[in-house]
Design a protein around this ligand. Structure first.
Ligand code: 3PG
Ligand code: CO
Length: 555
């Protein structure tokens, strides 16, 4: 029968403290001026790379290697940390929604049948990120859902858009709005009253995460549910074009707006009896709105009016909280994660990041599960992030504080595994500010040094890796790798993640001298890290985990 007990590794000892460091958004790419990791002074990461070749290697962090639909899909933190923690590749939200739409099963489930009850007499609201980034949502899935819902009786539809510019190029919002408006006008020709009702930039409206700043969600609530916003427009295209023309405006941070009719009334507030679907499949930036929509008791902001709605998520965002209770597509069933195994085998675990990445090394690492497996063996520490700023103005973020917490945890002797996420490369990379991203990379490297020094002091082991690329490439390129220019001759800044591989480096005085990376695994990915971590703790990984990256030489 099934057992949580992991077999002892035949050669590797137990009891060596292990630091697991995830550099968020730290990929490997050719060195040039748009590679901020290359430009920045990163002596520690450089020394790992230029050290023993059997202790540093690259692994895949994008596409099918992390459960995404295709190898054209860039990596992201959700799927990256899921793979790192779970040690296996699960079909992820993007793919599961694709499959459910293609087979039509999405329309047969409890979630759709539930919201359908509102179609006859009320409005269907679709709220989510409008882009083809494929990280949180995808435009083509929204298009299919609009078509499917209208064919199944939805008569009045309101779409509440969040503009992207973070997983896709800044400025692309205009094209996505045009495409959506075109689809909606085709629905109107068929007699369906379908319109965009509100909008705003994803980083300023709705899509906060890990409860960093509830004001973001409130701004969305006011526009989407109450129909109130500082800006009112007759059409979303006019809204996005006008608001983008403001100085320093960008897609990520557009202010909230509502679409109004000729008498100035919002065209799509959420009313009693309506159905609401949040169309994002990814959890971290939708779960706060899900709470506001679903919970009767809610004190994070004044909702003013709480309509009685039928609400479903595209996916269930939190399996532990069962939130939301209704959803259109079942999430990946990520169970038996390495974190759970290791805790059950006595590994005392410390995990830390700052707010904006805290859930990455806890919730995502543990298979989209919040909370501890065993409170007596785990401690998760969240360092409050700066809120209300874009991280290019404070690119060092809390890297130092995270490293100091990790150092203290390592030196305390109370933990077998100390796991951190250093957010800088990613969070600053997303701003598109190249200078600031260079500062960010340096700060992350300095944090790694603090952690490795502590590992050295206690005779421990380290494993340093990343979840996906970002800071190593800040420019959009053509097929031959040349930077693409925009209409005015400037480079096209890449705010998004990349398709690049990421490093895995191992070492430390506690590492058995015979340990080296295997050469017999052709194209390993992030999912191979979990078995590696288990080995470094002195255990064999479960048989169905992706194979370990390491082997132990005889002498
Ligand atoms: C975000 O949510 O900030 C981006 O869409 C993806 O970034 P992450 O996957 O690194 O969190
Ligand atoms: Co990112």
């Amino acid at each position: 029968g099934f057992s949580w007990t992991l077999p002892d590794h035949p050669k590797l000892p137990k009891g060596k403290p292990l630091a697991v460091v995830v550099l968020d958004g730290w990929g490997e790419a050719n060195p040039d001026e748009y590679n901020c990791i290359h430009v920045a002074q990163t002596p520690v990461m450089d020394s790992l790379k230029n050290g023993a070749p059997e202790k540093w290697r690259l692994v895949k962090a994008h596409g099918t290697a992390v459960g995404l639909p295709s190898d054209d899909d860039m990596g992201n933190s959700e799927v990256g940390h899921n793979a790192l923690g779970a040690g296996r590749i699960f079909a992820q939200g993007a793919k599961l929604v694709d499959q459910a739409l293609a087979s039509g099963k999405i329309y047969e489930g409890d979630g759709f049948n539930y919201i359908k009850e509102s179609f006859e007499n009320a409005t269907l609201h679709l709220i989510g990120l409008l882009s083809d980034g494929g990280v949180h949502s995808r435009l083509d899935q929204l298009q299919l859902l609009l078509k499917g819902a209208s064919e199944r009786g939805a008569k009045r539809i309101r779409v509440h858009i969040l503009t992207d510019g973070r997983d896709v190029l800044d400025g692309s919002s205009v094209g996505f709005v045009e495409t959506l408006e075109n689809d909606l006008s085709q629905l109107r020709e068929k007699g369906i009253d379908a319109r965009i009702a509100s909008g705003g930039g994803r980083m300023y409206v709705t899509m906060d995460r890990y409860e960093n700043d509830w004001d973001v969600v409130k701004r969305g609530w006011d526009a989407q549910v109450l129909g109130e916003a500082p800006y009112k427009f007759k059409s979303a295209l006019e809204a996005v074009k006008t608001l983008r023309a403001e100085p320093n405006a960008n897609d990520q941070y557009l202010p909230p707006f509502v679409i109004v009719d000729d008498s100035g009334n919002a065209v799509g507030p959420v009313l009693d009896g309506d159905a609401v679907v949040t169309i994002n499949f990814r959890a971290d930036r939708m779960v706060m709105l899900a709470k506001a929509l679903e919970y009767a008791d809610f004190d994070k902001f004044d909702r003013v009016r709480v309509p009685k709605i039928r609400y479903a998520g595209m996916l269930q965002y939190d399996g532990e909280l069962k939130l939301p209770s209704r959803y259109l597509v079942s999430p990946p069933e990520i169970e038996r994660t390495s974190g759970e195994y290791l805790v059950k085998n006595g590994i005392r675990t410390f995990a830390c990041s700052e707010t904006v990445k805290f859930g990455h090394v806890t919730f995502f690492w543990n298979g989209n599960r919040s909370g501890y497996f065993d409170e007596t063996k785990e401690e998760y520490v969240e360092i409050p992030s700066d809120s209300g700023i874009t991280f290019n103005v404070a690119p060092k973020m809390k890297a130092l504080e995270i490293a100091e917490k990790a150092r203290d945890a390592i030196l305390s002797g109370k933990f077998d595994q100390v796991r951190v996420n250093l957010p800088n490369g990613d969070m600053v990379g997303h701003t598109g500010d190249i200078k600031a991203t260079v500062v960010a990379c340096k700060a992350a490297d300095e944090a790694v040094k603090i952690i490795l020094d502590a590992v050295e002091q206690v005779g421990g082991i380290y494993l340093v890796t990343a979840d996906h690329g970002n800071a190593e490439d800040m420019v959009k390129r053509n097929k031959s790798g040349k930077p693409l220019l925009d209409k005015s001759g400037g480079i096209q800044i890449l705010t998004s993640h990349t398709l690049q591989p990421v490093p895995v480096a191992i070492g430390g005085p506690g590492l058995h001298p015979g340990v080296k990376f295997r050469t017999d695994i052709q194209t390993p990915g992030l999912a191979n890290v979990a078995a590696t971590v288990m080995n470094l703790h002195g255990f064999e990984a479960p048989a169905d985990y992706e194979p370990t990256l390491i082997e132990v030489a005889e002498n």
